[in-house]
Design a protein around this ligand. Structure first.
Ligand SMILES: *[C@@H]1O[C@H](CO)[C@@H](O)[C@H](O)[C@H]1NC(C)=O
Ligand SMILES: *[C@@H]1O[C@H](CO)[C@@H](O)[C@H](O)[C@H]1NC(C)=O
Length: 822
């Protein structure tokens, strides 16, 4: 863990100058760069792989400083003040591969300290105080050496056999800094065997040996970099236009610029038969004319790829003819070109690009604002003018001389009108790839965009385009990049893009993935970082050929609507880029941060129809059950009885709290029709008396000699409740009505509900004569007990009845009962 961490620290703090020195993941890094050290720290870990001590004030270092570091692979001692190292200094550091000793004060270039540093691949000893470049014997033992950088701050002479010790070795890259060169022996460089050669040219204008240096450089390696052309060196660089300043100093004579002639002279050694194929010129300060002349020489030489970077043009004077260019270069790259004079004829510059014979023209970071359309058919296959200041106005409008152009890169400029960009391509009949990313493109016109039909790859990313861009697209596109624009929806109505295979719509404002109706062959779709809340997965039906989908980093709302989408990964063979880590719920708040992978809602929660079916189903089943219970078990009867039972229990509990009248002798008085006598006797009386309830019974309890009404009233008054056994027979009896009248009368006068109605047989309403309105209303409002014929139910009936009259009376006395003969 620590190692990995330190690796990243390394990555953040260092830019190792060479790929040979790149650290690997487990390297232990110790960085003391720029720490004002004057000696090597003592507490270094023996396991250190990478040690940076550059930019300190270390003057002396001792063998024991590094001896314990057996794992050391990289040591940077650049920019210190070391002037001496003991012979075989690194013999304990058998793994040392990269050693940077540049910018110190070493004086002896023999470098005896390199003895036994057998693993060394990269060695930089440039910018020391060497008095010569005569490498010592130690170099011949550096078996693995691939990169070597040499040079001195002192004025030196470069002798023929200086590099003899490495002459037999095939190197990757050699860099020789000859800024302070005072003399040069021909073929001192050609002795080298290296793939790449970098020569920093001498600053002084001693062109007699510059010519020899260049001659040798051109014949040593295939890839050559030359830097430090100082044509205007005599000028004091105070002024922007050094040549003009010089002109004034020298009484109007252009002395400084004539100084460039020695470069031109020296360059002439670059002929058709030199070795160089790849030539880079860096850090030049030249006038335009000199540059043009050097270009002509290069064009006629063996060079196939030319790159010029960090060039200052100090003067632009003449219009030059470029017809001399015979050969065709493979590529010509210009990077960071700075034209110093403020006023000059732009045409002089543009003309060059009209005439150049080159396949690939690349102009980076040069602040260019315009190019004119070549007057004659041109050979460009690629033009890359990234990172300049081009605008679309008139740029290559209607240009018909770029018929061979296949790739056109206009990235990072100031193009505004997409229509004009399309118009520019009309005659570019070979154009396949156009990159206009990172501009300020808009499209708000209704015109038809006249794109060339050949275009298959179009990059419009990082612009200001909106939904309307879809009405301005070339029809044969295979790859379309519209990332980082302002697109809200992909319109349904647009022309078919049947060849489209890759569509990049990341970082827009889409609410849903587009469906593929208009681009049926889409294979790759990128819609990451949009505004998908609840994207449906239905678009997949139209995107039959999709194999790769990137919908990461959208603010997903994790509800039912997202279910299909979140399980899409399981149900399709589509490769989901960024799954699962970059697919999180953003809403609702409780699910925020949950991975879509872990978000689950069941089928039922999400399907209203299913839910409805289940609810209705259950209700149906319950209804059937209830129906069955009613049909076969007489459920409603039980329910009603149970309800009445609870009601009565409640009432008797209330009644218990009343002061029961002292006169009460019977629990109940029973009134019934003579026709129902057998039921009263066999069922009612025997059942109630079994339960220790005292009933007033006429055969037993009527006091002889008293009138019948008197007896009834007496009986009612002595009973807690009055039970009326109702049946059609009972209704026929006037007496009964009379009794009822008394009973009710008493009920009303004492505010107790003392009536119990037992319906022995169902009584149809019409049977109750209308004069019995009291009975009618009693039947209607008072709950009555129904006598069930079913034996099972009768127990509940008795329990109910008992509950209705079950109060404890003070003392047993004689009861009474009345009988009425109709
Ligand atoms: C050594 O350090 C210097 C300054 O910190 C840096 O410019 C140089 O590239 C480093 N050398 C290597 C080989 O990384
Ligand atoms: C489009 O250009 C951008 C940067 O300008 C780049 O990152 C992207 O990869 C390009 N798209 C394609 C499909 O090449």
């Amino acid at each position: 863990m620590v190692n990995i961490l330190s690796f990243f620290v390394w990555i953040l703090m260092f830019q190792p100058c060479h790929s040979l020195c790149f650290p690997v993941a487990n390297d232990i890094v110790t960085n003391y760069s720029s720490s004002s050290l004057s000696t090597v720290p003592k507490n270094l870990s023996n396991l250190t792989n990478i040690l940076d001590l550059s930019q300190n004030n270390i003057t002396e270092i001792y063998m024991q400083d590094f001896a314990p570091l057996h794992q050391l692979k990289y040591l940077n001692l650049s920019s210190n003040k070391i002037n001496n190292l003991a012979p075989a200094f690194f013999r304990s550091n058998q793994k040392l591969e990269c050693l940077d000793l540049s910018r110190n004060q070493l004086m002896n270039v023999e470098c005896d300290f390199l003895h036994n540093a057998t693993s060394l691949k990269y060695l930089d000893i440039s910018e020391n105080n060497f008095l010569s470049l005569t490498l010592g014997k130690a170099f011949s033992f550096l078996q693995d050496l691939e990169y070597l950088s040499l040079g001195s701050r002192k004025t030196i002479k470069f002798r023929k056999d200086d590099l003899k010790e490495i002459s037999g070795k095939q190197l990757q890259e050699v860099s020789i800094k000859l800024k302070t060169l005072s003399e040069y022996d021909p073929s001192a460089i050609t002795i080298l065997r290296t793939t790449k050669l970098h020569i920093v040219l001498p600053s002084i204008k001693s062109f007699h040996f510059l010519k020899n240096v260049l001659d040798d450089a051109f014949n040593t390696s295939d890839i050559l970099t030359l830097s430090n052309f100082e044509c205007c060196q005599k000028c004091n660089h105070l002024s922007v236009d050094c040549c003009q300043t010089c002109s004034k100093i020298n009484n109007g004579m252009n002395q400084c610029c004539s100084d460039c002639s020695h470069y031109i002279e020296s360059f002439k050694v670059l002929g058709k038969y030199s070795r160089v194929q790849n030539l880079s010129l860096q850090h030049l300060t030249v006038d335009w004319e000199t540059f043009a002349k050097i270009l002509k020489i290069i064009w006629d030489s063996s060079v196939e790829k030319l790159s010029v970077s960090n060039m200052k043009i100090c003067q632009v004077r003449q219009h030059l003819s470029w017809f001399f260019l015979q050969k065709q270069l493979k590529s010509f790259t210009l990077r960071k070109i700075n034209i110093l004079p403020f006023y000059f004829s732009q045409a002089i510059i543009y003309d060059v690009f009209e005439e150049l014979k080159v396949e690939n023209l690349i102009i980076y970071e040069s602040g260019m604002i315009f190019l004119t359309c070549p007057k004659k058919q041109n050979t460009y296959k690629l033009i890359d003018i990234s990172d300049n200041s081009f605008t679309s106005d008139f740029f290559f409008q209607g240009c018909s001389t770029l018929k061979h152009l296949e790739t056109f890169i206009l990235k990072q400029n100031r193009f505004v009108q997409l229509f004009e960009v399309s118009n520019m391509t009309t005659y570019m009949t070979s154009l396949k790839h156009l990159d206009v990313s990172q501009n300020q493109l808009i499209f708000d016109e209704v015109r038809i965009c006249p794109w060339t039909n050949s275009l298959t790859k179009l990059n419009l990313s990082s612009n200001k385009l909106t939904d309307s861009v879809f009405t301005c697209l070339p029809s044969n596109l295979e790859i379309l990049d519209l990332q980082k624009n302002n697109i809200y929806t992909v319109p349904k109505v647009l022309k078919n893009l049947n060849n489209l295979k890759e569509l990049y719509l990341g970082a827009n404002k889409l609410a849903n993935p587009p469906d593929c109706n208009k681009f049926r062959n889409l294979e790759i779709l990128f819609v990451e970082a949009n505004s998908f809340h609840e994207p449906s997965s239905t678009f997949l039906q139209s995107c039959q050929r999709l194999t790769v989908l990137n919908a990461a980093s959208n603010p997903f709302t994790c509800t039912c609507n997202l279910r299909d989408f979140s399980t899409m990964n399981k149900n399709t063979h589509i490769e989901m880029i960024g799954w699962p880590k970059s697919y999180c719920c953003a809403y609702p708040d409780v699910l925020k941060g949950t991975l879509l992978k872990d978000f689950y809602l069941s089928e039922v929660t999400c399907s209203p129809t299913l839910l409805l079916v289940i609810v209705l189903g259950t209700m149906f089943v319950i209804a059937i059950l209830i129906g069955l219970m009613c049909r076969f078990l007489d459920l409603p009867w039980y329910l009603r009885m149970t309800w009445q039972w609870t009601q009565m229990k409640r009432r008797t509990m209330k009644t218990d709290s009343y002061q029961l009248s002292e006169n009460l002798v019977y629990h109940a008085f029973v009134s019934y029709s003579q026709h129902d006598y057998s039921w009263v006797k066999e069922q009612l009386l025997s059942n109630l008396e079994e339960r220790n309830l005292r009933i007033c019974h006429h055969e037993r309890d009527f006091i002889p000699g008293k009138g019948i009404i008197e007896n009834i009233i007496n009986c009612i008054e002595k009973s807690y409740k009055s039970i009326f056994v109702l049946s059609p027979n009972f209704i026929q009896s006037e007496w009964c009505h009379y009794e009822l009248y008394f009973a009710q009368h008493q009920v009303l006068s004492e505010h107790t509900e003392n009536l119990i109605l037992i319906v022995l047989e169902p009584i149809p309403q019409y049977l109750i004569p209308s004069k019995y309105y009291k009975l009618k209303s009693l039947m209607a409002k008072k709950t009555y007990l129904e006598w069930p014929n079913d034996k099972n139910k009768q127990r509940l009936f008795w329990a109910n009845l008992q509950a209705a009259i079950g109060v404890s009376l003070t003392a047993p006395r004689q009861g009474s009962i009345s009988v009425h003969n109709d």
